[in-house]
Design a protein around this ligand. Structure first.
Ligand code: EPS
Length: 388
């Protein structure tokens, strides 16, 4: 399965083409719209989310509610486009309109300056329109398809916020992946610990008042994955590495860790390795899941547990020091409408990109033209694992 996304933040629409999906997967626009709506929620979003109501239009690859095996095209219209038709016009515009909403004072921490240097743009809008996190809409749309595949194969995905702006949310012990998904869904900031919800919301309000932004940490779990996805035989076959790449590719994400993560450099081996157990019902399991479901770049049958850290959004209403690219004089950076935090929404994005990598890995291990073939292969493999 491969995919590509296209679209500018204030352009007419966002597009994705996904190729390699097996035929016969039940899929509707509602499946995708459900996930798109989840991405739009979360305390701390800015004005743009009041304008958009992301709805997908499927223009290829599906007939009578099932995938055909041909490329699937997804389109999401930007409702804000009507306010940007001159600024973002596809056609040449008169001289007087060329500098409308031109950006010449790059925001520190954003792609603006380096993107301008790299692509020879004198209007940094040419950079920010594509580097905007608006693009994550399509990754969530694709993730919705991946999640559908996983769900049909008995694999659950959940995402939640473990820390926002320095406030940590406890993770209650013993919850299943499904329960984590339900609890996170019930929270406006996607935390599992309701006792910190109010404090986080107040911090977001205060941050907004200060013209500032905050980041945080999100965690994604994937339960019900069979052991043996990914491989130790080559660096680029390690599934944890592929997931790490996907997580760090989310706009504003700066790092990823699995299980106990960076604590693994602190704890002794006896507190990090997961002891091996066996019973007839479940075959091999682990007593703990400190390694986040991975050994040797392969799933070990325990839930995948990955966390990603998101930096604060670089667009500040109280802008930082920058330089005007025309005069080279010091100036405050440009102010664009923005969110005070998008960490809760990023938890949905993170679920989507992780689900996409896992679904893709299943399709690599079990190449299938039809979804029935994939289901049968995964089932047979699961049965085999119990006999090992
Ligand atoms: C973003 C800036 C804001 C965010 C946007 C990401 O958009 P705008 O400049 O139109 O107000 O709301 O996020 C989305 C549009 C979205 O769909 O998530 C940026 O510069 O990255």
């Amino acid at each position: 399965m491969r995919y590509i996304t296209a679209g500018e933040s204030h352009g007419p629409e966002l597009t994705a083409i996904i190729e390699g999906l097996p035929a016969g997967l039940p899929l509707t626009a509602e499946d995708i719209n459900f996930e798109l709506a989840r991405r739009q929620t979360g305390y701390g979003r800015g004005g743009r989310m009041l304008i958009e109501k992301d709805q997908v239009r499927i223009t290829s690859g599906i007939r009578h509610g099932k995938t055909l095996g041909s490329p699937v095209t997804l389109v999401v219209e930007n409702k804000d486009w009507k306010n940007w038709t001159k600024v973002m016009a596809i056609e040449e515009v008169p001289e007087k309109d060329r500098k409308l909403r031109r950006v010449a004072r790059p925001r520190p921490g954003h792609a603006d300056l380096v993107g301008g240097m790299k692509y020879h743009h004198q209007d940094l809008r040419n950079v920010l329109e594509r580097s905007s996190a608006r693009e994550t809409t399509m990754r969530v749309a694709i993730g919705a398809i991946a999640k559908k595949i996983l769900k049909e194969l008995g694999i659950d995905v959940a995402g939640h916020v473990t820390m926002l702006g320095g406030i940590k949310a406890e993770i209650p012990e013993g919850l299943t992946v499904k329960e984590i998904a339900e609890r996170s869904e019930a929270s406006e900031v996607r935390v599992l610990d309701p006792s910190v919800e109010e404090e986080i919301k107040q911090l977001i309000d205060q941050t907004k008042k200060n013209g500032d932004t905050i980041g945080g940490v999100v965690e994604v779990l994937v339960g019900g994955v069979p052991a043996g996805l990914g491989s130790y035989v080559q660096w680029d076959k390690k599934l944890d590495a592929k997931i790490a790449q996907a997580v760090v590719s989310i706009n504003a994400f700066k790092g990823a860790e699995f299980g106990v993560g960076f604590e693994a450099g602190v704890l002794p081996g006896s507190k990090v390795m997961d002891e091996i157990l066996w019973d007839e019902q479940r075959g091999y399991t682990r007593r703990s899941n400190n390694l986040g479901g991975f050994e040797g770049g392969m799933t070990n049958g325990e839930p995948i547990v990955v966390r990603g850290v998101m930096k604060p959004i670089p667009t500040l209403y109280k802008p930082l020091q920058s330089v005007d690219i025309d005069s080279k004089e010091p100036y405050k950076a440009s102010v664009e409408r923005s969110d005070s935090t998008a960490v809760p929404a990023a938890s949905v994005v993170c679920e989507s990109v992780v689900a996409t990598v896992v679904a893709n890995e299943l399709l690599e291990k079990f190449p299938s033209d039809s979804f029935a073939e994939l289901t049968a292969s995964v089932q047979a493999y699961r049965e085999y694992l119990l006999t090992y």
